[in-house]
Design a protein around this ligand. Structure first.
Ligand code: ATP
Ligand code: MG
Length: 328
């Protein structure tokens, strides 16, 4: 397994600017317009920790999770990569006490998750399930999104304000009266995210939020979760097997394989380890594959994983400066 990154070396860490939620009605300016990749609001505060976690489903011989150890810091965006059956959903269900460990522990803000504090933990860590049909159950969108805030004991006016704000954030204002079972898959996912957002958790865990979505819906969900991170300081943990989205989203990547945490590193580190990717049944992002082909042609270009860095590297190889070439 890769060496764990020093938190002080994670971009933006050490600035000690705590993440904050907006006031009930207040919205913040979208700073993403200026620099979409800017990393903000990071601290060295450990928000989630998993120690020596093992899980085994009944009647199975193999562990679904096998000695998982990991740490997540407030404000981070982390992707969990792994093939089908690697253990991503099982891991996520441990993060707010849905599943009980065979052994080991999960700590939320330094406190071990137990039967007694599981409710408080669920207010801190919200999970958007892989299948929205497991989550979106109320007869109307409005009632579904209100479910969490009502359970938290919030007064009616606050519940209404939270529902309105969450639906606005996911772009579903006007859908209040609609029946969730008549919505499309992508819309149902957005309702599930709104339901979690309305509880204003400090950490949002999204299990394959873009799976089964068209490119536009997928980009929309990714934009939304980046916005939640930038504007609300929400810590994000997202599972996927879509390696192409990882460089755009994640500052850190965990690779799961057969229930084991095989690696923990930056996207650059993870995608420069072909042996690891092969072992975990993953592949390089498409952009990086193009660079591999160029290198096979003898072109001395460093492998890139995003379209923007690819443009810069190609311009460098061509002997052209991106700025002087008038690139936007
Ligand atoms: N409820 C269950 N009962 C028994 N075995 C289960 C159960 N849920 C998952 N498993 C098994 O545990 C292992 C890990 O499954 P998990 O759903 O965590 O994988 P995953 O990485 O989320 O996969 P996918 O990408 O397909 O969603 C698999 O071998 C799976 O068959
Ligand atoms: Mg899964």
């Amino acid at each position: 397994m890769k060496k764990k990154p020093d938190p002080s070396k994670i971009p933006g860490k050490g600035k000690d600017v705590p993440g904050e939620l907006p006031s009930e009605n207040g919205r913040k300016e979208d700073s993403s317009q200026k620099n979409p990749n800017r990393v903000e609001k990071k601290t060295d505060t450990l928000i989630l920790e998993v120690r020596k976690l093992y899980h085994r489903y009944p009647h199975l011989d193999e562990n679904a999770l096998d000695n998982i150890n990991l740490k997540i810091y407030k404000g981070e965006r982390v992707a969990v990569l792994g093939a089908n059956g690697a253990g991503k959903s099982t891991l996520f269900k441990h993060l707010n006490g849905i599943l009980k460990p065979l052994s080991g522990e999960v700590l939320v803000k330094g406190e071990k998750v137990t039967k007694k504090n599981v409710r408080a933990c669920r207010e801190t860590v919200g999970i958007v399930f892989q299948d929205p049909d497991d989550q979106v159950l109320a007869p109307s969108v409005e009632e579904d999104v209100a479910f969490g805030p009502i359970n938290m004991g919030l007064p009616r006016e606050k519940v209404e304000a939270r529902v309105k704000e969450a639906l606005e954030m996911v772009g579903l204002s006007g859908f209040e009266e609609r029946a969730p079972h008549h919505l499309s898959g992508g819309q149902k996912k957005l309702v599930a995210i709104a339901g979690i957002l309305a509880m204003r958790p400090e950490v949002i865990v999204l299990d394959e939020p873009t799976a089964g979505l068209d490119p536009l819906s997928s980009a929309r969900i990714l934009d939304l979760i980046m916005k939640m991170n930038r504007e609300l300081g929400i810590t994000l943990l997202l599972s996927t097997h879509d390696v192409d989205v990882v460089p755009y989203f994640a500052e850190r990547v965990f690779v799961l394989h057969h229930g084991k945490l095989e690696a923990d590193g930056s996207p650059e580190e993870i995608f420069s380890d072909p042996e690891l990717l092969r072992k975990a049944h993953l592949r390089l992002p498409r952009v990086a594959e193009v660079f591999e082909l160029l290198r096979q042609e003898g072109i001395n270009a460093a492998i890139q994983i995003t379209a923007e860095s690819a443009r810069d590297e190609i311009m460098r190889v061509l002997g052209r400066d991106t700025k002087s070439a008038g690139m936007k």
